[in-house]
Design a protein around this ligand. Structure first.
Ligand code: TYD
Length: 225
């Protein structure tokens, strides 16, 4: 039977273990025999990788509006060149960050108006809405502790505690029903606790997917992380 494509996004603040989960979930889902296209923002295309370097590796100060436009430009490339073609083939796309990161980082943490962010991203994505977003949640102190154990921080990771608290708070607000109703372009946002071991968190993510799409993700997926 032909499958429809599915766009699953992983989101969360710095240090919640999102990229670890992105890798683990990709392997776990592939092990069940389904094709998974794993992509991450910003980057993932030639122009997108150049934009990523400008956004994260450069020492240049960027105005918040410039930052938002660059994230949207990288997203426009990824949607058109990689995400839509994969969805068109009926496969599962597992995407590390998408539109919600822009609302939280550039909107709630940097203070840009949500209406402007909505407009530039509608233009960038052509209105591509995720089927669901798994939002990994961790108290900010625990996340910062995990972040400090990693290597050299990038430009956004170097922001102070107040910035990261606004990011954590922003994701918490986005997990609420009221915010989601006001932002249908982000699709359903499902909160997943990131406490505990990597395999505990993977199991929680897979259980959420299996609950939502039982015919696609059960039974063997839950046993493989
Ligand atoms: P990355 O190195 O991919 O790490 P991670 O996703 O694991 O944190 O860094 C991406 C950074 O870009 C991260 O600090 C979040 C930020 N970001 C935004 O500010 N806005 C966006 O729209 C996106 C996609 C990312």
């Amino acid at each position: 039977m032909a499958r429809t494509g599915l766009l699953v996004v992983l989101e969360g603040g710095e240090g919640v273990g999102k990229t670890t989960q992105w890798t683990r979930l990709t392997h776990a889902l592939e092990a069940t025999g389904q094709e998974v296209v794993a992509l991450r923002e910003p980057g993932g295309t030639g122009p997108g990788d150049a934009i990523r370097a400008l956004l994260l590796d450069s020492e240049e100060a960027l105005r918040p509006a410039t930052e938002a436009l660059l994230f949207a430009a990288s997203r426009a490339e990824l949607v058109e060149r990689a995400i839509r073609p994969a969805l068109g083939r009926g496969v599962l796309v597992l995407l590390d960050r998408y539109l919600l990161s822009t609302y939280v980082y550039q909107g709630m943490a940097r203070g840009l108006e949500a209406s402007g962010l909505r407009a530039i991203n509608q233009f960038a994505t052509g209105g591509l809405v995720p089927d669901c977003t798994l939002l990994l949640q961790l108290p900010v102190q625990e996340a910062l502790h995990r972040m400090q154990e990693r290597g050299a921080p990038d430009r956004l990771e170097r922001e102070g505690l107040a910035f990261h608290e606004r990011v954590t708070r922003g994701f918490d607000v986005a997990a609420g029903a009221e915010w989601q109703q006001a932002h249908p372009e982000c699709g359903a946002i499902l909160a997943v606790s990131a406490l505990g071991s990597a395999s505990d968190v993977s199991a929680r993510c897979l259980a959420v997917l299996a609950d939502r799409w039982p015919e696609r993700f059960t039974p063997p997926v839950g046993q493989t992380p």
